[in-house]
Design a protein around this ligand. Sequence first.
Ligand SMILES: NC(=O)c1ccc[n+]([C@@H]2O[C@H](COP(=O)([O-])OP(=O)(O)OC[C@H]3O[C@@H](n4cnc5c(N)ncnc54)[C@H](OP(=O)(O)O)[C@@H]3O)[C@@H](O)[C@H]2O)c1
Length: 239
Amino acid sequence: MAIALKGRTVVVVGGSSGMGLAVARKAAAEGALVHAVGRSGDRLLAAKATIAGEVTLHEVDICHEAEVAALAVNIGPIDHLIITAANNVFKPFVDITTSDIEAMLWTKLWGAVHLVRHFASRLAADGSITLFGGVAAHRASPGASIVAALNASMEGLSRTLALELAPIRVNTLAPGVVDTPAWDFLPKADRSHTMAIMGSSLPVGRVGRSDDLADAALFLMTNGFTTGTVLHVDGGANA
Ligand SMILES: NC(=O)c1ccc[n+]([C@@H]2O[C@H](COP(=O)([O-])OP(=O)(O)OC[C@H]3O[C@@H](n4cnc5c(N)ncnc54)[C@H](OP(=O)(O)O)[C@@H]3O)[C@@H](O)[C@H]2O)c1
């Protein structure tokens, strides 16, 4: 039987945008007590206005372990931890700078490490952790070398944690291209055309929507038999 989310505490790191915001909305709609985490207070407030249900906002930079430690003490016991936060930079490997790489690495890898380190002992035995990887780890694309490496690191981390933290379940959700604010770096004039081109190359004929991935994240939270796995929700990119 699926684990109900009603009355359960769900921490969504990255809950102010894109897929994290969609997870926060769907979990709150199921009656969960949602904690949305991000760096920008303005983004969090704008997100909260779109969430029907109980949500508490936390302005925290997960790159800083002391902030994450204080967050964990502040929130206390939880049922589910979902980490979508990333600051991806797409550039050819020869052009990517050390500060680009550091920003990506600190958020995606160190951020996840800080969060798991400080929340693991506060998670319910029937709770879960969901990390976000991505299709770049499986389908190479020029400009995505560091993104690919970090997405792959989420898979290795979650599989190992699924054994070490059992019975807490730990999984990675691997999205394909999903139309979120992460793509706002594209010139406005080209954005919808680029999305259409990327979508037309997929068996489903479109890129993903945040809700597609939020549905999958809710599955990983509520299915008590799923752990140590990588769930690909990518429109068929891996087919
Ligand atoms: N979109 C895609 O096509 C795609 C494809 C494959 C994989 N993915 C993966 O899916 C995940 C979600 O992507 P998305 O497109 O939904 O991202 P997004 O819309 O850019 O949202 C990122 C969220 O993370 C927060 N964040 C970033 N750095 C943070 C930090 N240091 N501390 C706390 N919060 C931080 C952001 O808020 P603040 O900026 O205010 O902190 C925001 O809420 C990412 O892990 C991404 O790598 C995305």
